[in-house]
Structure formats: C-alpha cells, structure tokens
Design a protein around this ligand. Structure first.
Ligand SMILES: *[C@@H]1O[C@H](CO)[C@@H](O)[C@H](O)[C@H]1NC(C)=O
Length: 238
C-alpha cells in the first residue's frame, strides 16, 4: 500500500525536478533587486525585521522590485555581546549585495540597538560598554548606500546634522564618542530620530516614547528614503 502511494507520488516529483532550472533562473534574477533594504531589529525582538518592518514594508510598496532582508544578529543585552556581531554581519551583508548587484541601491533601517548597529557600522563604533572600537565604513565600501534611518538609537549624540526629533540636548545611554559622531562620510544620507525623554536614546524615563517612533515618523522617514533614492549626487554632498 505504502509502495503504491510512493510510486503514485513519484511522477509529481519528476515533474517538479524538470521545471526546477527555470525556477532557479527566476530566483537568481530576483536576488539582484534594484533597491535592497537591510533591516536591523531592536533589542529583545524575535529574529526578523521587528517593529521597523512597518517602515520597510511602506518603502517596498513604494519602490517596485525592491526587497529586504533582516540583519542576522543577536539583538540581546549587553550591547558588548551583540552590537559588534551586528556590525560584522552588516558589513558582510553590504559587501555581499555590493558585489552581487553593483548597480543596485541599498537602504539601511535600524531600530534601537539595530540603529546602533547601523550607526556604528557607518560612523565607527565601539568604545566603553559597546566593545572594542571599530572604524567606520568607507565611502567606497558603502558606495551603494543611498539612505539610512535610525530610530531610538542608544548611541545618539545631540546636535548632529542628521539628528531628527525633539531631543535636542541629551546623549543616549551608550552615547557615541563625540569625535566619531559627526560621521562626515554618511551624514548627508542619514537621519536619526530621537524624542525627548526616550529611555534609551535620550537617557530619559519613557519606554513608551522609545517604542513608538514608527507611529510618529514613518511617513517622514519614508519620504526621506524615497528622496535619497532619486538623488544622484555623490557622497559628501550636503
Ligand atoms: C518622562 O516619562 C516618564 C514616564 O512616562 C514620565 O513620568 C515623565 O513625566 C516624563 N518626563 C517628561 C519631562 O516628559
């Protein structure tokens, strides 16, 4: 009886095998999308894009053919065991897409610790509780990166040209060192949202403020990304 069932199923497998090459060709074309998003979730979120997936989805809807991937990293506390892994993996993910799709465009989105992974990767990071210092990504290494959005970044430094939101004077709980903070290579392509009293990016006491950036700023952040995707000016322009 079992044998008969197996034999009955076999032709379907054979048919599936026959059509596989075509399927694989379609899949490899799809692996080189014109715009690709790399998304880094917040501390404690399950693997995936996390809360900032709402922004990722909105951008993908607006940009035909665009795709996204969730950055593979622990997203755990303490930062020293997690952010450096995220930085290493993000550099690898950027290099992979850049090699595979040399005329594509990259967008980086990060929430809370995920934002710190992104800003540490670009601006140079580490130090103190975040682990060993690392150099920032060079303009050449990141040449496909067109737009970067960070929300509730614990590495937030007030007064930077790319800062957005209502927190004007408080550093985050793991504030980036002031020498690296201006991030001159990437500043023109980056926004970092931080509102007053946020428990992480503004060293305040409201977790509610910290968890609700997508509700307040997704429309603005999406408009920024779409504008930057159209912007053909080279890096270093303002
Ligand atoms: C900050 O948030 C806490 C917790 O929600 C609240 O009790 C406090 O009043 C807030 N402070 C300011 C200045 O808004």
């Amino acid at each position: 009886m079992l044998l008969i069932q197996i034999l009955a199923i076999l032709p379907f497998f054979a048919a599936a095998q026959d059509s596989a090459p075509e399927g694989l060709i379609a899949a490899s074309t799809a692996q080189c999308p014109p715009v690709h998003l790399i998304v880094a979730r917040a501390s404690g979120e399950r693997p995936g894009e996390g809360i900032i997936s709402s922004l990722s989805n909105a951008i993908k809807q607006a940009v035909p053919g665009s795709t996204s991937e969730a950055l593979n990293y622990p997203a755990k506390m303490p930062y020293s065991g997690s952010i450096p892994v995220g930085v290493t993996n993000l550099k690898a993910a950027i290099a992979r897409y850049t090699q595979q799709c040399p005329s594509g465009k990259l967008v980086l989105l990060g929430y809370s610790q995920g934002g710190a992974v992104i800003t540490d990767t670009l601006c140079g990071g580490g130090g103190k509780e975040v682990g060993p210092a690392t150099p920032g990504l060079t303009a050449e290494e990141g040449r496909l990166i067109k737009a970067v959005v960070s929300m509730g970044d614990p590495r937030f430094v007030p007064g930077m040209s790319y800062d957005k939101g209502t927190n004007k004077n408080k550093g985050g709980v793991a504030e980036r060192n002031r020498a690296a903070a201006p991030c001159p290579v990437w500043a023109s392509r980056m926004v970092s949202y931080c509102d007053a009293n946020d428990s992480r990016c503004a060293s305040g006491s409201s977790l509610e403020v910290h968890k609700t950036y997508t509700e307040r700023y997704n429309n603005q952040a999406k408009a920024f990304v779409l504008e930057k995707l159209q912007d053909a000016r080279p890096l270093g322009g303002s």
